[in-house]
Design a protein around this ligand. Structure first.
Ligand SMILES: [Zn+2]
Length: 127
């Protein structure tokens, strides 16, 4: 891969990582023991609300936040792992983890953390 392209993709990944970290920080606490793991904070006063309605609402919000947390966390993990590969400099970044072929630059530009080529990801049918 061209160095110029790699630098561009690395920048994209770094921007994405800081965006994801900021988004997660708003409602979740980072688990320092597990990399890329966050714990969603329970909204409200921790279940001491007076009315049942209010509690139900808080549980609903919490469930929604958990789903968002999971999606952001997964993305953050992928982004972080891609950046680690670039840092290692062993050419594993941009290489499909399934077939070992180079992932197309177009795919990496659309999804800089992609681990598989479009073929192995099932996006592209073999011709
Ligand atoms: Zn592949």
């Amino acid at each position: 891969m061209e160095k110029k392209v790699l630098i561009e993709l690395k920048k994209k990944l770094e921007e994405e990582r800081s965006f994801l970290e900021k988004a997660l920080d708003k409602f979740a606490d980072k688990d320092k023991k597990i990399p890329y793991d966050y714990d969603t904070r329970f909204p409200g006063d921790g279940g001491r609300s007076s009315s049942d309605d209010e509690n139900a609402e808080e549980v609903e919000t919490y469930d929604k936040l958990l789903a968002v947390e999971y999606a952001l966390e997964t993305r953050l993990k992928e982004t972080g792992e891609a950046l680690e590969k670039i840092k290692k400099g062993d050419n594993s970044y941009g290489r499909c983890e399934v077939c070992g072929k180079a992932i197309s630059i177009a795919r990496l530009k659309a999804n800089s953390a992609a681990k598989t080529c479009t073929h192995c990801a099932g996006i592209e049918k073999p011709s």
